[in-house]
Design a protein around this ligand. Structure first.
Ligand code: 0RA
Length: 645
């Protein structure tokens, strides 16, 4: 075949590949909302990170432009620009337009994009209005550009000479594909900061030309500093423990610290810089190693208090740990559909033995720490055994005391005993509680009014929380225990819906309740049972020929549309609180499954969330103000969902 025939043949194939991405973007980037939008950026950053990971370049720049295009630049080797023999096309063009596996062009030892949707920069190209790439390589500066989802706009050409090396990619996400094309500074900030923690000694720069914001991330000590950051404001047992080495080609980095005021274990693991939410062999190896090290230390030093060995969970109570491993591509295996669980078997043995040896040595060298840790673990074990006993007793009693269900005179229970389908509305104030009682569907909706602001429970022990009438009632009403005893199987409601006024007091009440759920009934949130009701802010209405035309509005945008919909002569009622609505209105707008809007509460990142709760609810007000100023963007509502039937 002639070169240009080849060119035509491969360009047809190429466009078909990219067309597939445009037809079903969700398959490649997860979604077309803000999550997917940012995924386009991660794909490019992954490549730059891969270069740095393999020792090429230590600076990565991300610049958000005014028109919502974005540039990612690195000082890596530069994308190869020579002609690919088989197709006659420049390698860079193939790399940016075919859905290749990375290995075809690049034999890096370590690759970061092993995780969820690791598909490469061609996908970003396919979903962009344009993409413009400049490469510094072999003493030259090259440029190539694409438009309308990866169609060649400007073929590769040499535009200058330079001794530098690296790649600079600018693209603009396609507004025909994405529901939003507005980049979020905070999201990119978090991603770059996390990358910087995981890739120590590499500089990351973030610039937002829309408002001039700038940040720089550089961590000499990597995940050790990550833990230090997460630990701010907490009562710790010893400093961060940190180990790093390469064993059997597996690079291991582990950092951990223990805390007294958190009863939950927080273990975060990564493989080749990609988060492994579902853990896998590296995490199991770590857990086995730490359990073995502590139990052996107890035995060797005669510290045992009972014949029963500590369980892993006793040893991990109050721990924050980060496990970051780099596994060469040839032995890298993931499990499950989302590839978020490491499957490489050898990693388990290697990390188990490595960590066991290092931590055992550390315990022997740091006696005060070791003794304090052993005591803490033994306390956890005792608390666990006592709680189990109490629960068993409570279970056997439960059957006999049916009346337990009638828990509080404040609760208006649902008639049905179909717990999964039942909904508990926790309502701000007795007066709104009264309206909700009238507006509810008594078959499956229960109402629990709150009097005033609930207690700030952050940092309080369960005993203290139980002394508080309001929370004791909430715990009993939900019916599934609290803290370590919480058992999601026992919940009496499929949905717990917080319903407050749409003002700052309401937001404060939400935060106080969510803090409590987060700290003491976390599965309720992680398994998607907690919601915040979104009441309307306005009602636009008029009566015409005895017919009421009306629209409820949840934001200012809605309001403008509603004015048009209702037409001239409209009146606007502004709802300052739930109490201003009639029971019928409250039912229609906020409680009824057909019309209401609920926000599902989710945790993007448990560690960051724990840290935020601490900052927001803890007793250091200056930290709180700094955080609020820096991060709060009330326009971003990722979790905002209209409930679908
Ligand atoms: C293919 C092969 C090589 C590097 C890259 C791609 C590469 C891609 C991107 C995307 C953004 N920055 C990048 N930097 C490099 C290896 C090149 C070689 O072996 O010299």
């Amino acid at each position: 075949m002639e070169n240009n025939e080849l060119y035509n043949a491969s360009s047809i194939e190429i466009l078909e590949g990219l067309e597939a991405v445009r037809k079903r973007p969700g398959m490649y980037i997860g979604s077309t909302d803000t999550y997917g939008l940012h995924h386009l950026v991660w794909e490019i950053i992954d490549n730059s990170v891969d270069e740095a990971l393999n020792g090429f370049g230590n600076k990565i720049y991300v610049t958000i432009h005014k028109d919502n295009s974005i540039t990612i630049a690195d000082e890596g080797r530069g994308i190869p620009c020579d002609v690919h023999k088989k197709s006659g096309l420049p390698a860079i063009q193939l790399i940016l337009t075919t859905l290749h596996s990375g290995g075809k062009f690049n034999d890096n030892a370590y690759k970061s994009s092993g995780g969820l949707h690791g598909v490469g920069s061609s996908v970003t190209n396919a979903l962009s209005e344009y993409m413009d790439v400049t490469v510094y390589r072999d003493g030259k500066i090259y440029n190539i550009s694409f438009k309308n989802g990866g169609k060649l706009n400007q073929p590769l050409k040499i535009i200058g000479q330079s001794a530098k090396h690296g790649t600079s990619t600018t693209f603009k996400p396609d507004s025909k594909i994405f529901k939003t094309t507005d980049f979020s500074y905070e999201r990119i900030y978090r991603h770059l900061q996390e990358s910087a923690f995981l890739l120590k000694k590499v500089h990351f720069y973030l610039i937002d030309e829309r408002d001039g914001k700038k940040d720089e991330f550089y961590y000499e000590n990597g995940i050790k500093e990550y833990i230090e950051e997460l630990a701010v404001g907490k009562k710790n047992l010893g400093d961060v423990v940190y180990f790093e080495d390469t064993v059997d080609n597996i690079k291991i980095e582990i950092a951990l610290e223990y805390f007294y005021d958190d009863y939950i274990e927080n273990i975060k693991s990564y493989v080749n810089n990609v988060r492994t939410i579902d853990g896998g062999t590296h995490e199991i190896g770590f857990k086995l190693g730490i359990t073995r090290a502590v139990n052996d230390y107890i035995e060797n030093n005669g510290l045992a208090k009972s014949k029963i060995k500590l369980e892993g969970s006793d040893i991990r109570e109050g721990i924050i740990a980060i496990i970051s491993v780099r596994i060469p591509e040839n032995i890298l295996e993931f499990e499950g559909q989302t590839k978020s669980k490491l499957g490489t078997q050898i990693a388990q043995t290697v990390i188990n033995n490595y960590f066991y040896t290092k931590f055992s040595y550390f315990l022997n060298e740091n006696k005060d720490f070791a003794v304090a840790l052993v005591k803490k673990c033994q306390d956890s074990q005792m608390a666990r055994l006592a709680a189990r006993k109490a629960k068993e007793e409570a279970r056997s009693k439960k059957k006999s005391i049916k009346e337990q269900i009638i828990l509080s005179d404040k609760l208006t229970p649902a008639q049905s005993k179909d717990f999964k389908n039942n909904e508990l509305f926790i309502v701000e104030g007795d007066s709104a509680g009264g309206t909700a009682k009238k507006g509810r569907d008594p078959r499956y909706q229960a109402i629990l009014p709150l009097r005033g602001k609930p207690l700030n429970t952050d940092g309080l022990s369960i005993d203290k929380i139980l002394q508080n009438q309001e929370f004791a009632t909430i715990i009993n009403t939900i019916g599934a225990g609290v803290g370590n005893n919480f058992d999601i199987e026992d919940i009496h409601y499929g949905k717990i819906i917080i319903m407050t006024d749409a003002d700052t007091d309401g937001a404060h009440i939400q935060t106080l309740l969510l803090t409590f759920f987060y700290n003491n009934m976390r599965p309720l949130i992680t398994e998607g049972h907690v919601f915040v009701a979104v009441p309307p802010l306005y009602r636009v209405h008029k009566t015409e020929k005895e017919k009421v035309i009306e629209k409820y509005c949840y934001n200012d945008n809605d309001l403008e549309e509603a004015k048009k919909f209702v037409g001239t002569g409209y009146s606007i009622s502004r709802y300052k609180g739930l109490g201003e609505m009639s029971d019928k209105q409250l039912k229609y707008t906020t409680m009824d499954k057909e019309h209401r809007v609920l926000m599902k509460v989710s945790i993007n990142d448990p560690l960051i969330c724990a840290n935020k709760i601490n900052i927001l609810m803890g007793d250091d007000a200056s930290k709180r103000r700094k955080w609020l100023e820096e991060y709060i963007d009330f326009s971003e509502r990722d979790n905002f969902i209209k409930e679908l039937k």
